[in-house]
Ligand binder design. Structure first.
Ligand SMILES: [Zn+2]
Ligand SMILES: [Zn+2]
Length: 333
């Protein structure tokens, strides 16, 4: 046990019992701050001098810095039961994230900052998935800009060294007829393609089903992003209606992963559809859809959801090694 792990575990356990995202975030913020600590014992007063560290997190850091299990963590663990342990083990096995944005589209940070944050979290890889051209409000990338971005990604990888790789990708709009909003040859050159619906979310079930089916069966598509489009905070947005049984069966058959989108306002798919997709034999990508580096923490909420319905790491492609994720393509850059 070290301060970083203790704080991340506490964040996970708080999330597991339904604490507010703000409370969970305080522990992730403190964990980020511990990167500046030297190994070895730290007293609470020293820890308080770290940015974003308060009285409780300082006490946790101090206790964990001696190798002990902090008393606050011990109490949360005792109250949580074995299911939480399975969730934590999945989160700890995470290798990457298939869905994040940079300031090339509607994210707030340069792609190198996103890559560095993912690497610092312990990821071996992460996929840059900026938006496709039709999402003009989000500065979707034209084919030319995407070509430029591929070079920018290669440059980041050459700087970051062998322990981490930023993968090329896109969050590609699924158009009304189920085709994709980007040149298919270009899509074929990307490491990972996430396909999502961002328009006409309130269509009748029949056209929406046909639209999703065409996308998940497209050989260039690897992940079906936030499949219902629901928003569960603020004024909210109802989930899109489609024949989930048929769509998830097609995902399972095509090997297209269903995304467990971890954004607090999405948490998509809803619980009932998550169970249905699991029963259909689908694989899943536990994705943050992060638009800023600190949002990469959200991933643990998706692993908690996966653990609650008994999914193992084998079904979660975000715990896979790069060789398994990209069997024919790894090492190609
Ligand atoms: Zn999206
Ligand atoms: Zn997104």
């Amino acid at each position: 046990m070290d301060p970083n792990e203790a704080l991340r575990r506490i964040a996970f356990l708080l999330e597991w019992r339904g604490a507010s995202p703000y409370r969970v975030r305080a522990f992730h913020t403190a964990a980020d701050a511990t990167r500046h600590l030297q190994p070895g014992p730290v007293d609470a007063a020293q820890a308080r001098r770290l940015r974003g560290v308060g009285p409780l997190t300082a006490e946790v850091i101090s206790q964990a810095s001696t190798g002990a299990v902090p008393s606050y963590l011990a109490r949360l663990q005792a109250e949580a039961g074995p299911g939480a342990r399975a969730g934590w083990d999945l989160a700890a096995a995470s290798t990457g994230d298939c869905h994040l944005h940079s300031d090339w589209s509607d994210g707030g940070s340069p792609l190198e900052d996103m890559a560095e944050a993912a690497s610092a979290l312990g990821h071996q890889w992460a996929v840059l998935t900026d938006h496709s051209p039709r999402l003009t409000i989000a500065h979707g990338l034209s084919p030319d800009r995407l070509e430029c971005q591929l070079q920018a990604v290669a440059a980041v990888n050459s700087r970051m060294g062998p322990g981490f790789r930023l993968l090329t990708g896109i969050e590609c709009d699924i158009l009304d007829d189920g085709s994709l909003d980007q040149d298919e040859d270009l899509l074929g050159r990307l490491d990972i393609v996430v396909a999502s619906v961002h328009s006409k979310l309130r269509s009748e079930p029949e056209p929406m089903t046909a639209r999703l089916l065409a996308a998940v069966r497209n050989p260039n598509v690897d992940v079906l992003g936030h499949c219902t489009g629901r928003i569960i905070t603020g004024r909210g947005r109802p989930r899109s209606r489609f024949d989930a049984e048929t769509v998830f069966a097609a995902c399972a058959e095509a090997g297209t992963a269903v995304e467990i989108n971890c954004r607090p306002e999405r948490r998509d798919p809803p619980d009932d559809l998550l169970v249905q997709a699991a029963t259909a034999g689908c694989r899943f990508a536990v994705d943050t859809d992060a638009h800023a580096p600190e949002q990469l923490h959200w991933q643990s909420s998706g692993y908690a959801r996966a653990a609650r319905i008994g999914l193992g790491a084998d079904r979660l492609i975000t715990t896979w090694s790069l060789d398994r994720l990209l069997p024919t393509r790894s090492g190609s850059q």
